[in-house]
Design a protein around this ligand. Sequence first.
Ligand SMILES: NC(=O)c1ccc[n+]([C@@H]2O[C@H](COP(=O)([O-])OP(=O)(O)OC[C@H]3O[C@@H](n4cnc5c(N)ncnc54)[C@H](O)[C@@H]3O)[C@@H](O)[C@H]2O)c1
Ligand SMILES: O=C(O)C[C@H](O)C(=O)O
Ligand SMILES: [Mg+2]
Length: 622
Amino acid sequence: MTLSSSLLRRSSPIHRLISAASVAGSSRPFTTSEGSRPSIVHKRSIDILHDPWFNKGTAFSMTERDRLDLRGLLPPTVMSPQQQIDRFMVDLKRLEHHARDGPSDTNALAKWRILNRCHDRNETLYYKVLIDNIEEYAPIVYTPTVGLVCQNYSGLFRRPRGMYFSAEDRGEMMSMVYNWPAEQVDMIVVTDGSRILGLGDLGVQGIGIAIGKLDLYVAAAGINPQRVLPVMIDVGTNNEKLLKDPLYLGLQEHRLDGEAYLSVIDEFMEAVFTRWPHVIVQFEDFQSKWAFKLLERYRNTYRMFNDDVQGTAGVAIAGLLGAVRAQGRPMIDFPKQKIVVAGAGSAGLGVVNAARKTMARMLGNNESAFESARSQFWLVDAKGLITEERPNIDPNALPFARKLRDVEHQGLREGASLVEVVNKVKPDVLLGLSAVGGLFSKEVLEALKGSSSTRPAVFAMSNPTKNAECTPEEAFSILGEHVIFASGSPCSDVNLGDGKIGHCNQGNNMYLFPGIGLGTLLSGARVVSDGMLQAAAECLAAYMKEEEVLKGFIYPSISSIRDITKEVAAAVIQEAVAEDLAEGYRDMDARELQRLDKEETLEYVKNNMWNPVYPTLVYKKD
Ligand SMILES: NC(=O)c1ccc[n+]([C@@H]2O[C@H](COP(=O)([O-])OP(=O)(O)OC[C@H]3O[C@@H](n4cnc5c(N)ncnc54)[C@H](O)[C@@H]3O)[C@@H](O)[C@H]2O)c1
Ligand SMILES: O=C(O)C[C@H](O)C(=O)O
Ligand SMILES: [Mg+2]
């Protein structure tokens, strides 16, 4: 290599100076105009986005994105430099405004920004901070702050993270997936932004939830951060506010539907599994209309699961079993529990389906057990109690529609209100997955006083905090110290006076999805089976000791999430082996996996979890 060519090597600092000098003045990236001299760049793809000299961010034109292998690495809308400035200023002004008025979310967003900048600069440091302070920072990188981040994503967006596949990319996905710089990807979290937490359709801004979930994959499951990929599939949005917002980063058209929608998701799945055949894809925050259909479409072919349907169900079951134990009763009494569920979307239906199966197994695992288990559930949605009389009933809710004979006997009817249902049914458990903040009103909680349980349980599982069906203060003040309480987003314990504390559990799928993903990865299971999900739920339920449960602690502290995740992953591996689904991972082939006992499986999991430690770096010439 000649001296001059070595000087011009793309990573050399001298090269950067030369290139910068050659573009000084007229052709700096931000001011490129027709006819000005081009900048010579010796890099492509993500390296350009990470180089502050050449990065134009959302202002890269589509042709430049194609030429420079950037397609998919940025949100689909091309912005003008002025729009970029406008977007930045909106964000800046919003923070100034909030700082004057002082609403409580300002601090959380400011903390998110600081953490996010650290994430952009130094991943090892970022994850060390997150792991060592998970209780403090999970509420920032995950629910509830991640909801606020998604709502403000157009303003907060600086450096891209993850990939964007849009309706405009049809026919291109198989090649654009190669624009992602990592050779290996273990875990993808994908959303179409159609139902982000309880905040509705946030379009392309929903990428924030995929990023937040993967942060937990790294922090809790020890998935290598270089092998995670957040994905946003932008098929438009039906959020009218975003459709009119000139600074919105996503496609400004209504959502694709029907076959057109399915073909985009199909193309995406085919592309990622072609490049990374062993990847695991977690579907996140898809509106329930598609959540169930996509799960059925892919679950027997690809390594995938839906976190809102399946992860939530497992966490709810663990909590429901905890609530039985908290009453001083054995878990096997679970099939006697009367459970009212408010919300019949992807999460609510996921929970009742899985809880019914769990009850049926305890009752003998036959047809009649399955049939009798269904009568333990009352489903209430926006139109009230769901019965067989419901016109155009959602087929997914049909198995739980109450029989007319039963409801009449109970003094209820089609569409009865939640308070009526609670009054008449006197449930042991009231579980909310409705996304309606305050749904468990004073009247509803007063009605629960009539519960036939000695320790009624309230699960206000909707996220983020403002969408929770009630607060722990409301539950404890109305129902007294014996109520078992869980919310989806973190809440503080309640001081009940006289030295007594009302414990607020966090009932969130974060206790399971990292372990489900890690266990699937390390087992090399071909698919994620119902049995593997059930094993994960049972493992979480068993994690809690008797004395903790009796004190109202039905979920572990998030500070032990790495340990819980290790246990869950080991349980998932053992089940995959038992079901003959495990094909092994790296040096651990299927036969060796079969030989591992529980302790050895735990050790195997532990040894495969990434830790945030700086590796030794060695320089090598190209
Ligand atoms: N804690 C967790 O781990 C967890 C997991 C998944 C989802 N969630 C939360 O659950 C909520 C719902 O998620 P989803 O995917 O099922 O949403 P979804 O939109 O699919 O379903 C919402 C359901 O609530 C019903 N509903 C609306 N208003 C109601 C009312 N007044 N009374 C009773 N029901 C009402 C709707 O009819 C619908 O059936 C979201 O807030 C989400 O954040 C929490
Ligand atoms: O994201 C969460 O905190 C839980 C759940 O997946 C949700 O959609 O609310
Ligand atoms: Mg979710």
